[in-house]
Ligand binder design. Structure first.
Ligand SMILES: *[C@@H]1O[C@H](CO)[C@@H](O)[C@H](O)[C@H]1NC(C)=O
Ligand SMILES: *[C@@H]1O[C@H](CO)[C@@H](O)[C@H](O)[C@H]1NC(C)=O
Ligand SMILES: *[C@@H]1O[C@H](CO)[C@@H](O)[C@H](O)[C@H]1NC(C)=O
Ligand SMILES: *[C@@H]1O[C@H](CO)[C@@H](O)[C@H](O)[C@H]1NC(C)=O
Ligand SMILES: *[C@@H]1O[C@H](CO)[C@@H](O)[C@H](O)[C@H]1NC(C)=O
Ligand SMILES: *[C@@H]1O[C@H](CO)[C@@H](O)[C@H](O)[C@H]1NC(C)=O
Length: 394
């Protein structure tokens, strides 16, 4: 069975650059556990691509029958294939953890000839740390921004000037609190908030998962929403390879989030991948391989980013908070009605897309990539119109 799989997989990888529309076989795990094969016509055009970051977040392959594996070069060696259902309307990938894995895997997927992602909705669903002033363990946050908070200068806290509040400050600035003057391009991404509104509209009846153990731990916080039941909320995500914790770093990165978003973003959740995924996506959008206005970022809270009053920072960081299982369960609970909603309302709403907000501060990224593209499209349309007029005159 293993050899059949790998022969088919490598045949697929080899032929992928040659074929574009001829049927090809992919391996499939049958309900009875045997290995079968299914005929697919490439490129596949999924309506939904679910993205996990590591194995426990894959609540989809079994539950949605995403067992047709498409092996692509350039994916993570730990997660070498994309799984699709039998009509390839829903697919799933796992990127591997942290920024480098996330960027490489996402690029490899988006640039593959086996797929046409131009109308696909990308639903990123992973666990995260939570700012207790924005939510609690098990809470489900939908983001407008992702900010690469640790991209900057750092000096050890024992050597910072006595009037500084943190050892982090931004590139090209001279002290904390000042905006950056050197731009890399990956600092901040802004998503389509009209799409966020639309998909959150499917969550009216959702009952989030919770446990008595998680509730007991969170009751140690003497403020809301930390000590309340998990909620669905809007909040932004910090991206950092360093798994930071403690109120001082959290406040420092909250301040940096505010700087990058002109005060419109609120640091709520912390994870290791989102800016990396978004850079790969913006480049693919520019290459006309996908549509960046069709991306949703949802993070569910597995642990607090800081301790409760009077707790020691390291002890709090390492404590069993009982948030992991409910965060994983809530990825599936919150995204399931959204997946159903997108498929049910495909013809009426999603196939044509959801226009992004007028007040789009960044238009995807700090280089305003989507506006640039729109300008190119308008220019092209004007040119076409002029040539039509010319034809008429002749
Ligand atoms: C498909 O991929 C999944 C996840 O990587 C793996 O567990 C499974 O064995 C693969 N199935 C086949 C038939 O190759
Ligand atoms: C397993 O399922 C496949 C697909 O339904 C079928 O073709 C095959 O005969 C089954 N094998 C066994 C041993 O039941
Ligand atoms: C810290 O003190 C220095 C020297 O007086 C001053 O130039 C700087 O602006 C101060 N920085 C902050 C963040 O207060
Ligand atoms: C939470 O999820 C766990 C694991 O899936 C399940 O056993 C439990 O019944 C769920 N509890 C609630 C309140 O949904
Ligand atoms: C965050 O910014 C506020 C307002 O400028 C400042 O008072 C505070 O010290 C900063 N906190 C950290 C940890 O940098
Ligand atoms: C932030 O706000 C200032 C003042 O309104 C404005 O000049 C600047 O362009 C804004 N920044 C962005 C990225 O929109």
């Amino acid at each position: 069975m293993v050899s059949t799989t790998s022969i088919l997989a490598s045949a697929l990888a080899i032929t992928s650059s040659l074929v574009s529309a001829s049927p090809t076989f992919v391996t499939k795990t049958n309900d009875n556990g045997t290995s079968g094969k299914l005929e697919f016509e490439f490129p596949l055009k999924p309506k939904i691509m679910l993205i996990s970051l590591f194995a426990p977040e894959d609540v989809w392959t079994q539950s949605l029958g995403l067992t047709n594996n498409i092996t692509l070069p350039g994916l993570s060696p730990l997660f070498p294939s994309i799984g699709c259902n039998d009509d390839a309307s829903i697919c799933h990938m796992t990127t591997g953890e942290s920024e480098i894995n996330a960027a490489c895997s996402t690029s490899a997927m988006l640039l593959a000839d086996e797929f046409d992602f131009t109308s696909t909705y990308f639903l990123i669903g992973g666990i995260a740390g939570i700012n207790p002033y924005m939510g609690t363990t098990g809470s489900v946050g939908f983001a407008r921004y992702a900010v690469q908070v640790a991209l900057g200068y750092e000096i050890d806290s024992r050597q910072i000037p006595s009037n500084w509040s943190t050892g982090y400050w931004l590139f090209g600035s001279s002290q904390p609190g000042e905006p950056a003057t050197t731009i890399y391009g990956t600092e901040v991404y802004e998503l389509n908030t009209n799409l966020r509104e639309k998909v959150m509209g499917y969550l009216g009846d959702v009952q989030l998962n919770d446990t008595a153990e998680a509730a007991e731990y969170r009751s140690k916080y003497d403020y809301s929403p930390a000590n309340q039941s998990p909620q669905i909320f809007k909040g932004d995500v910090a991206t950092s390879d360093v798994y930071f914790a403690g109120n001082l770093l959290d406040e420092a990165f909250g301040n940096i989030t505010s700087l990058w978003t002109n005060g419109t973003g609120k640091y709520a959740l912390t994870a290791e991948e989102d800016n990396a995924i978004f850079e790969a996506m913006v480049r693919s959008h520019t290459a006309k391989k996908m549509d960046f206005s069709r991306v949703v970022l949802m993070r569910t809270a597995s642990d607090f980013d800081r301790g409760y009053g009077g707790s020691d920072a390291v002890t709090a960081f390492q404590a069993e908070q009982y948030g992991f299982e409910i965060a994983i369960a809530n990825i599936q609970i919150a995204y399931t009605p959204i997946i159903e909603g997108i498929l049910n309302d495909w013809d009426s709403t999603f196939s044509k897309g959801v226009s992004p907000q007028d007040e789009w501060l960044y238009n995807a990224d700090i280089f305003h990539t989507l506006v640039q593209r729109k300008r190119e499209v308008r220019e092209f349309e004007r040119m076409m119109k002029r040539s039509q007029v010319g034809k008429f005159r002749r």
